[in-house]
Design a protein around this ligand. Structure first.
Ligand code: SAH
Length: 218
């Protein structure tokens, strides 16, 4: 990758422009996305495409999400800085790193141990001490740490998983892609009130599927 500072500044400007033009408008979210270097989370020969607004392969057949979608999902969570957040689908760890700058505590789970180990190493290098990454099947949530103020799924479920609804606090928000894995899915926001759950449909998205059980690599 080029280290020419003018080139880096130019690339960052284009990155932020792409985020804004796709609806990521909240200043705090943009500022965190400007600071957290996506290049650290994209390894191998795709590393030089880290600042393009596209999903990229990360190993175990998974992808790091498109940055504008990371921004839109983060925005939809309406974080104030005090929340305990659960992310299902650690993947590269990029989304968790963004959340860690906008919330109090982040628990992130992935069914692939290798991804959890690699992401945890980056969290340590960056001194992101408020993130805990765990190998687990996130369709059951994380009962030990429940309830959560916010829950984010970064893999598509065919239906909102019941255990996750139950682990959301009253007043809490969950954001998730819902739909078949081979079709366009909808990003949904679920808000829990004292009397039930309200659903809003935000935007069409495409995610890898939520798969039950732990991955074969551990
Ligand atoms: N948030 C990630 C992108 C995630 S890709 C990032 O910022 O890079 C979706 C991830 O969900 C994959 O890593 C996949 O292994 C994980 N996943 C799928 N089903 C799961 C399940 N039931 N429990 C936990 N993780 C799951």
């Amino acid at each position: 990758m080029s280290v020419d500072p003018a080139h880096i500044a130019e690339r960052k400007m284009q990155f932020l422009f792409a985020l804004r033009s796709r609806g990521v408008t909240e200043a705090r979210v943009l500022s965190v996305m400007e600071r957290v270097d996506r290049g650290l989370f994209v390894r191998g020969h795709f590393a030089d495409r880290a600042y393009e607004d596209m999903p990229l392969p990360i190993g175990c057949g998974q992808t790091i999400s498109q940055p504008s979608v990371v921004g839109l999902m983060t925005q939809a969570l309406k974080l104030s800085g005090r929340e305990k957040v659960l992310e299902v689908g650690t993947g590269s760890g990029y989304q968790a790193a963004i959340l860690s700058q906008l919330a109090r505590r982040v628990y992130t789970v992935d069914r692939h141990k290798r991804l959890v180990v690699e992401a945890s190493a980056i969290f340590r290098d960056l001194d992101l001490t408020n993130i805990t990454a765990v190998t687990a099947d996130g369709s059951h949530g994380l009962p030990d740490q429940a309830p959560f103020d916010r829950i984010l799924l970064t893999a598509a479920a065919e239906d909102t998983p019941g255990p996750l609804l139950a682990q959301l606090k009253i007043g809490g928000i969950m954001v998730l892609p819902v739909g078949q894995s081979d079709a366009v899915q909808s990003l949904i926001r679920v808000s829990r009130s004292a009397t039930g759950y309200d659903y809003d449909e935000l935007t069409p998205v495409r995610f890898v599927p939520l798969v039950e059980g732990i991955g074969r690599d551990g």
